[in-house]
Design a protein. Structure first.
Length: 244
């Protein structure tokens, strides 16, 4: 029996809208998925054949089975998937669920990051039947992110990165450009993150909450990633289906 799951850098649930978003942001398919482009897989989107396949291979198609606690670890600079991909699946996942976007990390998310510590802290809480932190977030219409934590939080940080020329936050493109800003607790018990809109290009940002566990491990959890301006520079065109 599966007690909990912790998928790592699989930020592609709900495949079809996720990859349409990918192209609409970049205007091309990222080199990391070139093998799939060469095999013409990406040209089958929206076809009945692809949708039949998705029912078999996309975990989102059986999301109702995932009632167990879930910690989804993703890289903010992933070369395969966009950091804004969770908008297509996270809200619809059932049960207890958490996100962790790791700044200044690519698909090899464990290299020179503290992602493993977060996984171990989550694992220890499951193993010892210790409740995970209780908190909530709100993505406000003005672009800000508001977090309210019922559990004592050690620190709340806003991470942000800017690309002046493209809506592209891959580590391959911008390097270690994510910068942190410690947020203060507001009088109403919330933390609010709202970066300045960039003069040129796009800025990505998210809030990170650090919780100290009784095992001496830090459990870092985050909100989804937002982008300002929230615009996609390219219009996705449904490709012509290849010949069978």
């Amino acid at each position: 029996r599966v007690e909990a799951i912790g998928p790592v850098v699989i930020d592609l649930l709900n495949l079809e809208p996720s990859f349409m978003h990918h192209w609409s942001a970049y205007g091309f398919w990222a080199p990391a998925i070139q093998d799939y482009v060469d095999m013409q897989i990406v040209y089958w989107w929206s076809s009945k054949e692809m949708r039949s396949l998705i029912k078999l291979v996309d975990p989102f198609s059986i999301k109702e089975r995932f009632e167990m606690p879930k910690l989804l670890i993703n890289a903010a600079g992933d070369e395969f998937f966009l950091p804004t991909s969770s908008q297509f699946y996270f809200d619809e996942l059932p049960g207890e669920k958490y996100l962790r976007y790791v700044p200044n990390a690519d698909h090899n998310v464990s290299e020179r990051t503290d992602a493993l510590e977060t996984i171990l802290a989550f694992y220890a809480s499951i193993l010892n039947d210790i409740p995970r932190p209780q908190f909530s977030w709100e993505l406000k219409e003005n672009g800000s992110i508001e977090v309210r934590s019922e559990t004592k939080v050690n620190e709340v940080i806003m991470w942000s990165a800017t690309n002046e020329t493209a809506r592209d936050f891959r580590k391959d493109t911008i390097g270690n450009s994510w910068e942190s800003q410690v947020l203060r607790l507001n009088e109403d018990g919330t933390y609010l993150g709202m970066p300045k809109k960039p003069k040129k290009g796009w800025k990505a940002y998210f809030l990170e909450m650090t919780y100290q566990t009784r095992f001496g491990l830090n459990l870092k959890l985050t909100t989804p990633v937002r982008v300002i301006p929230d615009t996609l520079p390219f219009e996705y065109q449904t490709p012509k289906k290849p010949k069978k």
